[in-house]
Write a protein that binds this ligand. Structure first.
Ligand code: ASP
Length: 285
């Protein structure tokens, strides 16, 4: 997976660059990069995203521009590009976040394409995890509780392997000085249905202000508690993107949160930091 993901992020940067070259703004470029990565089954977003405890993809995605515009979807099923749905929430509603069935109905009304996001590979991994759950001795009546326990155990196992799970993020500053951040994920394997992570929450998984924009990946519950991207963007009032990422990551590490963050500052400086493994790519024009 590592080689495929590294190649994917490099190609996504080129997609974003072309959008900017064609006159698109930072938001268009961040969205295009995110769509490209959602279509790549190597990542935990869109097609090939991880499955919840019922074997379904429930996607979280959010987008924010430095002028304050923001939109998000949570626990969204069956929409091919959740990041497009997040942008539509931003542009076509009075809300910031739509969840579940309401979000899916809204996406359908907006004419966004549906898709079966479950791949043969994700189905195979799901079966493997079910077998693991069953051999963990969970009684029938305790299935949901057992899944909850298993989610925590698996998050810890991922922390040990350093694999942050393939959530995708993009941060862009365009030549007019607009900044944008976009994040999209299937969440975490075997999560309880209805669970919403940081990637749907402005200030946790995604944040943008005139002095910085950031996108996060990693253990969603920890990132939510830290308000990680908001913290990183606040640091960029005084610091460049790289130093802000480093400091935000130090705080996350001291708090025991396995995660990664990418950022761009108001002058176009870029940064990334992780306490796991996270491929990144960047382009500066
Ligand atoms: N942050 C995502 C979530 O908790 C998962 C990830 O980034 O791997 O939903």
């Amino acid at each position: 997976m590592e080689g495929a993901r590294a190649a994917g992020v490099a190609a996504a940067v080129e997609v974003a660059r072309q959008v900017l070259a064609g006159g698109g703004d930072a938001l268009d470029a961040a969205e295009a990069a995110a769509v490209f990565l959602e279509e790549d089954p190597a990542f935990n977003a869109g097609t090939g995203a991880c499955l919840n405890a019922e074997g379904e993809v429930e996607a979280d995605a959010s987008v924010m521009a430095s002028d304050g515009r923001s939109g998000a979807v949570a626990a969204l099923r069956g929409v091919r590009n959740p990041i497009r749905a997040a942008r539509r929430v931003m542009e076509r509603t009075d809300h910031v976040l739509l969840a579940g069935e309401g979000a899916a109905r809204f996406a359908a009304e907006e004419g966004l394409p549906t898709a079966d996001l479950v791949t043969a590979e994700s189905r195979r991994r799901y079966r493997e995890m079910c077998t693991a759950l069953e051999s963990g001795g969970a009684g029938e009546g305790l299935r949901h509780l057992a899944r909850g326990r298993d989610l925590a155990r698996r998050a810890a196992a991922r922390a040990r392997t350093g694999d942050l799970g393939g959530t995708i993020g993009a941060v862009v500053r365009d030549d007019r000085g607009l900044l944008a951040a976009a994040t999209s994920t299937g969440g975490m394997w075997m999560k309880l249905p209805g669970r919403v992570g940081d990637s749907a929450v402005i200030g946790a998984g995604t944040y943008a202000a005139p002095w910085g924009a950031a996108s996060a990946t990693g253990h969603g519950e920890g990132i939510l508690r830290l308000g990680l991207t908001r913290r990183c963007v606040d640091l960029m009032r005084e610091l460049g993107a790289q130093e802000a990422c480093r400091r935000a990551m130090d705080e996350a590490t001291s708090g025991g949160v396995e995660c990664g963050i990418i950022a761009v500052d108001g002058r176009g400086g870029t940064g990334d930091a992780t306490n796991g493994w996270m491929p990144t790519a960047r382009w500066t024009g």
